[in-house]
Design a protein around this ligand. Structure first.
Ligand SMILES: [Zn+2]
Length: 162
């Protein structure tokens, strides 16, 4: 009786069965993710070079980062922080997916090697996995749908200038 868990970036958009099937194969994090009230954000500490904070408790990047944090054996949990306070913290950056006003220069464009394809993506945050080495939360388009996924350093390449 697995919980059906679909990550949607825009609840108003029409259903995308391919994306929903993709989401259904992503395990949901066992880390509790609190709902977030107005004036607050959710912060998952420990990210490199910066930790991400989010406005939506069901943000796909937050879910992927929570899974990665668990995979890396971290047990920091998700913190609720006041919006007024988070702006003053140099170790955090607003999530590209769920907060419109963010500093895009803090994220890096990259190519994601899926084994069959090379897709253009954006690296949001790194965490160190003892077994797999450095892993990143990356967003990229998969069949015309944005997904947030965990990728190892070896699967990410610099974008060539050509
Ligand atoms: Zn987010």
């Amino acid at each position: 009786m697995g919980r059906k868990f679909t990550r949607k970036f825009d609840p108003e958009s029409p259903r995308d069965l391919v994306a929903e099937e993709y989401d259904a194969h992503q395990p949901s994090p066992s880390m509790p993710i609190p709902r977030v009230a107005r004036g607050w954000v959710l912060l998952l500490p420990g990210g490199k070079p910066l930790s991400l904070y989010h406005q939506r408790h069901d943000c796909a990047a937050l879910l992927a980062d929570a899974r990665l944090s668990e995979q890396c054996g971290e047990n920091q949990g998700i913190q609720r922080v006041k919006v007024d306070e988070i702006g003053a913290r140099p170790d955090c950056v607003a999530c590209l997916l769920c907060i419109e006003e963010t500093d895009y220069s803090k994220f890096k464009s990259c190519a994601v090697d899926t084994g069959t394809d090379r897709l253009q993506g954006t690296r949001l945050v790194w965490r160190a996995d003892l077994a797999a080495g450095w892993c990143a939360v990356v967003i990229y388009k998969l069949r015309n749908r944005l997904v947030a996924d965990i990728r190892t350093a070896g699967e990410l390449k610099e974008l060539s200038d050509s």
